[in-house]
Design a protein around this ligand. Structure first.
Ligand code: C2E
Ligand code: MG
Ligand code: MG
Ligand code: MG
Length: 291
């Protein structure tokens, strides 16, 4: 009997693996077709400066699948990385962001905005990455200094000279670099010192623990000091309430992103928000009035 239940158990596992694989390959096939079908969209989440104004937005990928509905990037980006589909998706993202920058450049109310685009390690690792970014900027007539690229520490694990060379080549034309989810990876201080970064982005896990865990306060303090030492700006992600905001302020972190200010918004809603900000721009903290 044991023998039989063993066989049954093994076959159940095999059937489960099989259906898992089928589900994965169905997802992969859909993901492959989604670009041509126009199912990817960016939502844009405001980044707020010291005066409470939107100086930048982060482009966050959304997939509107006809039958699956809205699929979270947490679900499909890992699979896109594994299958290499992140390359065409990433290219779509750069084209979309640069086209948006060119659009915003036409109006004095939006021309100041920066778009931050997440770049996956796989995408960054492509030998022609620098050329690709340059030609997409050029083709769309986008101003390079309005494009901010977000890398995570995993992208830095490779040959450091190659990493620095790539970053430098784009920095020379005005593109800026932000290190995303900072504090969760393994980058050493000597590595950080060598990178031509512009911004450190404090991971939201530290922000969410800020009020309950003294160690998170100490870590954020250290990260803010570090950014000053290295002459970088610093931004906190995942700011959800006023208490976190004032704690961050008192630590000396002066740029923020999070639900307290706004969720990631479809482009039309973001444009409305920017316009309403202009309408009340005589007040010091316009966003807080709007929300
Ligand atoms: P990320 O780059 O660290 O983006 C921040 C994530 O935190 C976003 O999740 C955002 O919606 C969420 N968030 C923002 N404010 C708050 C807050 O106050 N509280 C909480 N709890 N969460 C907040 P999202 O949009 O689900 O994206 C998840 C991750 O997927 C991103 O993390 C990024 O790693 C990846 N991703 C998104 N879009 C792209 C893309 O176009 N390309 C690549 N390669 N990766 C992307
Ligand atoms: Mg990011
Ligand atoms: Mg992040
Ligand atoms: Mg994150």
């Amino acid at each position: 009997i044991n023998h039989i239940t063993g066989i049954v158990g093994v076959s159940i596992v095999i059937v489960m693996m099989q259906s898992d694989m089928n589900a994965r390959s169905a997802l992969e096939k859909d993901m492959r077709q989604a670009i041509a079908r126009g199912e990817y969209r960016f939502h844009y989440q405001p980044q707020i400066d010291e005066s409470g104004r939107v100086f930048s937005v982060e482009a966050l990928l959304r997939w509107y699948h006809p039958s699956r509905g809205s699929v979270s990037p947490m679900e499909f980006i890992p699979l896109a990385e594994e299958t290499g589909l992140i390359i065409p998706i990433g290219e779509w993202g750069l084209r979309t962001a640069c086209a948006q920058l060119a659009e915003w450049a036409k109006s004095p109310q939006t021309a100041h905005l920066i778009i931050a685009v997440n770049v996956s390690a796989t995408q960054f690792r492509q030998p022609d990455f620098v050329q690709e970014v340059k030609s997409i900027l050029l083709l769309n007539g986008a101003e390079p200094s309005r494009l901010k690229l977000e890398l995570t520490e995993t992208a830095l694990a490779d040959d450091i000279d190659a990493v620095v060379t790539k970053m430098q080549a784009l920095k020379e034309i005005g593109v800026t670099w932000s290190l995303d989810d900072f504090g969760t990876g393994y980058s050493s201080l000597s590595l950080l010192k060598r990178l031509p970064l512009d911004q450190l982005k404090i991971d939201k896990s530290f922000v969410s623990d800020l009020l309950s865990d003294e160690r998170s306060v100490a870590i954020i303090n250290t990260l803010v000091d570090l950014s000053k030492t290295l002459n970088l700006t610093v931004i906190a992600e995942g700011v959800e309430d006023e208490k976190q905001l004032s704690a961050l302020k008192s630590i000396g972190c002066l740029s923020y992103q999070g639900y307290l200010f706004s969720r990631p918004l479809p482009i039309s809603e973001l444009n409305d928000l920017i316009m309403s900000e202009h309408a009340v721009s005589h007040t010091p903290n316009s966003l807080e009035l709007v929300y």
